[in-house]
Design a protein around this ligand. Structure first.
Ligand SMILES: Nc1ncnc2c1ncn2[C@@H]1O[C@H](COP(=O)(O)OP(=O)(O)OP(=O)(O)O)[C@@H](O)[C@H]1O
Length: 353
C-alpha cells in the first residue's frame, strides 16, 4: 500500500527520471528551481503524462505506460494544493471547499464543509470570497478544499511560497497539526530548507530531474550522499580533500589538516562542514583547531554569517573563505576578540565525500 512512483518524462533540454515509494508520511521534495519537483507532482495528479513508467496508489494503478493505463485527474483520488492556491475567485469559502467534495447528498456535503471549516479555523468566514481573505486564510481554504475530497495522497506544491515569514512559520505549525490527522501520504515540495526540515519525515533531493539522495530527513541532512546533496541541504562549506592517513585528510581550499571520526578511503575527494557547526576554541592549537581572520560579515535579524580567511597550517592563507553562522548574541561575544581567532570543527561534524 502507499504510493509507488517510477516514471520518466522527456522535455526539451530536460529529462525527469524519478523512482520512489512512500507510505502515510510527509515526504519532502527539495531541489533548485527547475529540478522537476512540480513536474513530478503534476504527473502523479494526472495533469501531465509521463513517457514511461508506473504510478500505483494504494494498489490502484493510476498510470502504466506498458498496459496503456492513464486515469484522468478526477479518478485518481489525489488532492493538490498549488503554489498560488488556485481558489475560484467567484466562489465563497464554503463553495470552494464544497467544489472538492464531488457527488454527495446535501446533508453530507454540509457536514464535510463544516468539518473542514472548523479544521482550518475559519468559522464565521464561510460566506467570504477569496479576495476578502488574507494570504494565509486563502492557503487554508486551498488545503481544506484538497482534503474535503478525502484524497488518498495529498500533493502540496510550495504551499507557503506567497506568505510572509511570520505567517509562514505559523502555517508550518498548523499544517503539521492538520497532517497529523490525515492518514494518507503527503508529498511536500519546497526549496526552503528550514521548512522541509520542519515538516517532512523523509526527503527526496532532486537535481536536474534526477534523485540525488533520499531517506529519513535527519539522515539525509547528517550524511548527504553526494556533493549536490550536501549543497541542496544547505551545506555552505565544501572543499576538495586529499587523503593523508586513515583518519586524517587535508582540506585543500582552506589549507588545513582535519581529523575525521570515520575511517577514510583513499578515494576521498571532498570534505564539508555546515556553517552553524563551527565552534570557537579556547585558543589552544589542538586537533582540528585552526586560526582565521575575519573577512566580512552578512547580518540577518536572527543569524549572522561570518566569512573567514583561514591561516594555513604551513604558510599563507587558504584561498576559499569559510562561512561561520551564528546568533547575534554569539557575534557580540566574538567580534571584539583579538584576531586571529582559534576555531574548531569537531571530527564528527565533518561530511566526507
Ligand atoms: N509544460 C512544459 N513543457 C516543457 N517543459 C516544461 C514544462 N513544464 C516544465 N517544464 C520544464 O521542466 C523542468 C522542471 O520544471 P518544474 O516546474 O518541475 O521545476 P520545479 O523544480 O518545480 O521548479 P520551481 O521550484 O521553480 O517551481 C524545467 O526545466 C521546466 O522548464
Amino acid at each position: 500500500m502507499g504510493l509507488i512512483v517510477d516514471i520518466r518524462k522527456e522535455l526539451a533540454g530536460f529529462e525527469l527520471k524519478v523512482n520512489f515509494a512512500t507510505q502515510g508520511e510527509v515526504l519532502g521534495f527539495l531541489g533548485a528551481s527547475g529540478s522537476g519537483k512540480s513536474m513530478t507532482l503534476r504527473c502523479i495528479a494526472g495533469i501531465e503524462s509521463p513517457d514511461r513508467g508506473r504510478i500505483v496508489l494504494n494498489g490502484r494503478v493510476l498510470f502504466d505506460s506498458q498496459k496503456g493505463i492513464n486515469l484522468p485527474c478526477r479518478r485518481r483520488k489525489v488532492g493538490y494544493v498549488f503554489q498560488n492556491y488556485a481558489l475560484f475567485p467567484h466562489l465563497t469559502v464554503e463553495e470552494n471547499i464544497g467544489f472538492g467534495i464531488g457527488e454527495r447528498k446535501r446533508e453530507d456535503r454540509q457536514a464535510i464543509i463544516k468539518e473542514m471549516v472548523t479544521m482550518i479555523k475559519l468559522e464565521g468566514l464561510e460566506k467570504r470570497y477569496p479576495s476578502q481573505l488574507s494570504g494565509g486564510q486563502q492557503q487554508r481554504v486551498a488545503l481544506a478544499r484538497a482534503l474535503a475530497a478525502k484524497p488518498e495522497v495529498l500533493l502540496l506544491d510550495e504551499p507557503f511560497s506567497a506568505l510572509d515569514d511570520y505567517l509562514r512559520n505559523h502555517m508550518v505549525k498548523q499544517l503539521t497539526e492538520t497532517l497529523a490527522g490525515y492518514s494518507g501520504a503527503t508529498l511536500f515540495v519546497s526549496h526552503n530548507i528550514e521548512e522541509v526540515y520542519r515538516v517532512c519525515q523523509s526527503l527526496i533531493l532532486l537535481s536536474r530531474g534526477k534523485i540525488e539522495g533520499k531517506g529519513g530527513t535527519e539522515e539525509v541532512f547528517k550524511a548527504p550522499s553526494s556533493l549536490a546533496a550536501a549543497q541542496l541541504t544547505g551545506c555552505k562549506n565544501i572543499s576538495p580533500a586529499n587523503y593523508i592517513s586513515p583518519f586524517k585528510l587535508e582540506a585543500l581550499a582552506w589549507g588545513i589538516t582535519l581529523k575525521t571520526e570515520i575511517r577514510l578511503s583513499r578515494q576521498v575527494t571532498h570534505v564539508g562542514v555546515r556553517a552553524h557547526l563551527i565552534e570557537a576554541a579556547a585558543g589552544e592549537m589542538k586537533e582540528n583547531v585552526f586560526r582565521c581572520r575575519l573577512n566580512f560579515i552578512s547580518e540577518g535579524p536572527s543569524r549572522i554569517s561570518v566569512y573567514l580567511a583561514v591561516e594555513q597550517d604551513h604558510q599563507g592563507q587558504g584561498s576559499q573563505l569559510l562561512e561561520w553562522e551564528m546568533t547575534p548574541q554569539m557575534w557580540l561575544a566574538m567580534k571584539d576578540q583579538p584576531q586571529p581567532w582559534c576555531l574548531r570543527i569537531a571530527p564528527e561534524d565533518l561530511i566526507i565525500f
